[in-house]
Ligand binder design. Structure first.
Ligand code: PLP
Length: 425
């Protein structure tokens, strides 16, 4: 490609974002570190200038970096290569999962978008790359978050990379790997005696104090920016499929933000003509230990009733999911469905993905894979339609989930006789 690009996406130029928009009442505000509407207290999201978005071309994207920042022309921040934080996040493998497809009786292709390949081994690097770039551009000196584990890893790592102070809040009962993988980066790590929802509430209070005035909480005061990072999971799948959309996607839900933003990404690509306007269905996955959104779906209501989470899928354990109603809308408006699965089904899901794709996922990916299977068996997911499932994290972070189920096939002395007596020769 030799064409002269006058303003390559993501190397210079202005943001395509036009302001903050209330998702509830539609009130608009200038861009900045604000997350709730002054009128109705509804959540804010980034609004875009349609004309500026429509200037982005496939060629510009292809000429960009091999990371999420190739989509800077479709993101609220990071247009300036000097201030953006590029940790190499994104452009993770889209794996064609023929053996998984066969096992579940698909006649159409099934793909696994494998976000365990990100720098800190979860999809959270996407949202953090965008949030910390916004935080730096908005003049914050410290970065913070309330986390169910993966976000903690990613915030601490990104802060270390650019030398920004960080303070990360987690519930005390997280997996050891996630605690260690946060602490090793050297920021401040605060373990709070309570659930994630307690931690989140504390962070919302802290964000209002004078002492935290120059602190950006990625999922509180700069949440509108943070959330846009998840769109890159949609952009990449479309680009990796040769600029078209899959017919079905299955995504895990904690707050429901990821699922909602993949849907937003697909809509944006359609509206600016980067992909054809084909139909797709969005499916949502939760664990039975924490299924407030899937429960509202089953009950046919918009009201998401908070729960007290239990179970092994800790990264998804948000009992009061902020984006629940929007996730319900994305799923219902596309004709998809939601389901939840037990801890044993999650373990089965981890093993199914590992044994058919060679991908070792954490408990969240076990949820997604098990829900894929469940929705196929219940006839709600169509095996004749091309399907993408999102693996959002790495199995090495939640080893305990399957450690008791799998191990050496045999323990033998170093002799042929040993092999024989184990029945392996
Ligand atoms: C945070 C997380 C999700 C989903 O998060 P949302 O709050 O719904 O955006 C999914 N998988 C993993 C592994 C996560 O850490």
């Amino acid at each position: 490609m030799t064409a002269v690009i006058d303003r390559p996406a993501g190397t210079s130029g202005e943001t395509p974002a036009s302001g903050l928009v209330c998702r509830n009442c539609g009130a608009t505000y200038p861009l900045g570190a604000q997350h709730a509407c002054f009128e109705c207290f509804g959540p804010l999201e980034i609004g875009y200038d349609a004309e500026r978005l429509a200037r982005v071309t496939r060629e510009q994207i292809a000429a960009g970096p091999h990371s999420i920042w190739r989509y800077a022309g479709l993101l609220p921040t990071g247009q300036n290569a000097q201030t953006r934080v590029d940790s190499g996040t994104g452009m993770t493998p889209l794996i064609r999962a023929d053996r998984l497809a066969d096992r579940l009786g698909f006649t159409a292709p099934v793909w696994v978008k494998d976000d365990s390949a990100n720098p800190t081994h979860s999809f959270k690097d996407r949202v953090v790359s965008v949030a910390i770039t916004a935080a730096r551009e908005l003049g914050f000196s410290r970065i913070a978050c309330a986390s169910t584990g993966n976000l903690a890893n990613s915030v601490a790592a990104h802060a270390a990379r650019i030398g920004m102070d960080s303070i990360v809040f987690i519930p005390t009962d997280l997996e050891k790997a996630k605690i260690t993988q946060t602490a090793v980066y050297g920021g401040t790590l605060v373990a709070v005696q309570g659930s994630y929802d307690d931690v989140n509430r504390l962070c919302s209070e802290l964000a209002e104090t004078d002492e935290f005035e120059s602190t950006a909480f990625v999922n509180v005061n700069v949440r509108p920016y943070y959330a846009e990072g998840s769109k890159t999971l949609g952009f990449e799948v479309a680009e990796q499929l040769g600029w078209r959309l899959p017919q079905q996607i299955v995504a895990p839900m904690a707050s429901g933000s990821l699922l909602t933003k993949v849907h937003k990404a697909f809509k944006e690509l359609q509206s600016i003509g980067l992909v054809e306007a084909t139909d797709y269905r969005v499916y949502g996955a939760q664990s039975s230990g924490c299924s407030p959104i899937a429960q509202a779906f089953a009950d046919g209501t918009d009201r998401v009733v908070p729960v007290k989470p239990t179970g092994i899928a800790k990264s998804l354990n948000i009992g009061n999911p902020a984006d629940g109603p929007y996730a319900l809308d994305a799923v219902r408006s596309t004709g998809g469905a939601m389901a939840h699965v037990s801890d044993d089904e999650i373990r089965d899901g981890i093993q199914l993905l590992a044994q058919t794709c060679g991908v070792f996922t954490e408990t969240a990916g076990g949820v997604t894979t098990a829900v894929l299977k469940k929705l196929v068996e219940s006839g709600q997911l169509d095996t004749t339609r091309e399907t993408v499932i999102y693996n959002t994290g790495d199995g090495l972070k939640t080893l305990d989930a399957v450690a008791e189920r799998v191990g050496p096939t045999a323990v033998i002395p170093p002799t042929l006789k040993g092999m024989r007596s184990a029945g392996l020769l």
